[in-house]
Design a protein. Structure first.
Length: 257
């Protein structure tokens, strides 16, 4: 929601960003902001119609954009999506692993194996699949920015969300490890940990669950996708040059570590 400053305007010109979960919520807001700042964007989402709509909106800004429908939890689909992105865009400089799913809150002992595995498949394995597919390309080019969207749940653990919380904790651990592995290559890897954000995923949660989580936020409100996009945009840019393997809180003061 912050207006572009002189240091941020068009600073992504010449870059190509691949954003997952880009048809709505944080992913769509991030895609719009990166395009506003000069990046061309590969839109990845399992919602094919949503991909097309997002691409049309991005192309209207004058930037190139490509729709690549894919389920990030499907290893073969991710590998195909990465190949297609490189073929059509020619390069991928920025990877934003944002795609996510949710489920109704339930204690661990009432959580099905299918729900637990689905959470890990999308949040953690999807991040792993895309990093594995695109990191060699970034290393070869000597430049890259990877931003993994984790969650405060991965830091604290949310009641009734053992599957989601543990998957997001895995994303944080992956970020720290990969960032250190790539520290001398020009490829930086960081994570953001949003709290409650007004997105379609949050709209699907029960009011009781949302109220319980929002009560933990010192600012007393949910965040907006555009607020998360601002932080992701900085981490995606060359202005971010000495931060890697780090976790950036964006939770209204809930988690400050």
């Amino acid at each position: 929601m912050t207006a572009q400053g002189s240091t941020g305007a068009r600073d992504m010109a010449g870059r190509v960003a691949l954003v997952t979960g880009a048809a709505s919520g944080i992913g769509l807001s991030t895609s719009r902001l990166l395009a506003e700042r000069g990046a061309d964007v590969v839109v990845v989402d399992r919602d094919a119609a949503g991909c097309d709509a997002a691409v049309a909106a991005l192309q209207a800004t004058g930037q190139r954009a490509w729709a690549v429908p894919a389920d990030v939890g499907d290893e073969a689909a991710v590998e195909a999506a990465a190949r297609r992105a490189l073929e059509e865009a020619g390069q991928v400089d920025v990877l934003v692993n944002n795609a996510g799913i949710t489920a109704l809150a339930a204690p661990l002992w009432e959580t099905s194996t299918e729900t637990f595995e689905a959470m890990w498949r999308v949040h953690l394995m999807g991040t792993f699949f895309f990093c594995r597919a695109l990191v060699p390309h970034m290393i070869e080019r000597g430049y890259g920015r990877i931003v993994n969207v984790a969650s405060v749940a991965g830091k604290e653990g949310n009641t009734g969300s053992s599957a989601y919380s543990s998957a997001k904790a895995g994303v944080i651990g992956l970020t720290k490890s990969l960032g250190k592995e790539l520290a001398t290559t020009g490829v930086l890897v960081n994570a953001v940990t949003p709290g409650i954000i007004n997105t379609p995923i949050m709209a699907s949660a029960t009011p009781e669950h949302v109220a319980r989580l929002q009560a933990k936020i010192p600012m007393g409100r949910a965040g907006e996708p555009e607020e998360i996009a601002e932080l992701i945009a900085w981490l995606s840019s060359s202005r971010c040059s000495f931060s890697t393997a780090a976790v950036f809180d964006v939770s209204g003061g809930r988690t400050t570590y």
